[in-house]
Design a protein around this ligand. Structure first.
Ligand code: PGA
Length: 251
């Protein structure tokens, strides 16, 4: 089965409601002509209701930037999968490196979030990636293996919609992108691991996005790699021109 490229924008803690509406309208426009591509945006929670109205009826899917594992309860500062569904989200990012490294989330919590998303019909985007210290110590594959196994513990890949994003921490927001071969090598490794956790043919259908300083200048080369099935874009997703160009990357 062919993997349809997914171009995903993670707006992080950016955009007022008015800015979000303008940006979302530009994304809808850019996505209109992009045949054979899927597009997703993850605005801040506060802008979801307004953005949902802008993207309604378009091919742009909405995602939460994080999600709790419970439907409701005493979880101050969290958002539930049901709340995200109610706001029109069909996807949720889990295990983003900022959640892991700034807010201290570990693999066990990421796994709970991922399973919570699945339980309420949100497609999780599981982010994994090594720090610069881990890469320099030659531990990249070991870290990816721990994060993938930990994040997916107890999940049956044969029946779970899922997207994985490989985002080397040292490439996020730094302007440094992994080289094409570093990225392809990590993606192939993750796919091989997914095959070992399920079956080769299931792993062959799963999309693995690359993230970390993706911009118009490097998107075409990255997205041409056989195991890179899309991009998770932070900074460049805040510019309609840049994100539009990445959505319309040249194969
Ligand atoms: P960046 O962020 O594109 O700004 O590097 C990517 C991400 O954090 O998903």
């Amino acid at each position: 089965m062919e993997r349809i490229p997914l171009i995903a924008g993670n707006w992080k803690m950016h955009a007022t409601i008015a800015e979000a509406e303008r940006l979302a309208a530009a994304v809808v426009e850019a996505a209109r002509g992009a045949a054979g591509r899927e597009v997703m945006i993850a605005p801040p929670f506060t802008a979801l209701p307004a953005v949902a109205k802008v993207v309604a009826g378009s091919k742009v899917a909405l995602a939460g930037q994080n999600v709790c594992w419970e439907a409701q309860g005493a979880f101050t500062g969290e958002i539930s999968p049901i709340m995200l569904r109610e706001l029109g989200c069909s996807m949720a990012i889990v295990g983003h490196s900022e959640r892991r490294h700034v807010f201290g989330e570990g693999d066990a919590m990421v796994n709970k979030r991922l399973r919570g998303a699945l339980r309420f019909d949100l497609t999780p985007v599981l982010c994994v990636g090594e720090t610069i210290e881990e890469r320099e110590a030659g531990r990249t594959f070991e870290v990816l293996e721990r994060q993938v196994r930990g994040g997916l513990a107890g999940v049956d890949l044969a029946v779970s919609p899922l997207v994985v994003a490989y985002e080397p921490v040292w490439a996020i927001g730094t302007g440094k992108t992994a080289t094409i071969s570093q990225a392809q090598e990590a993606h192939a490794h993750v796919r091989d691991l997914l095959g070992r956790l399920s079956q080769k043919k299931i792993a062959a259908q799963l999309r693995i996005l690359y993230g970390g300083s993706v911009k118009p200048e490097n998107a075409d080369d990255l997205l041409r790699q056989p195991d890179i099935d899309g991009a998770l874009v932070g900074g460049a997703s805040l510019s309609p021109e840049s994100f539009g160009r990445i959505i319309n990357f040249q194969e």
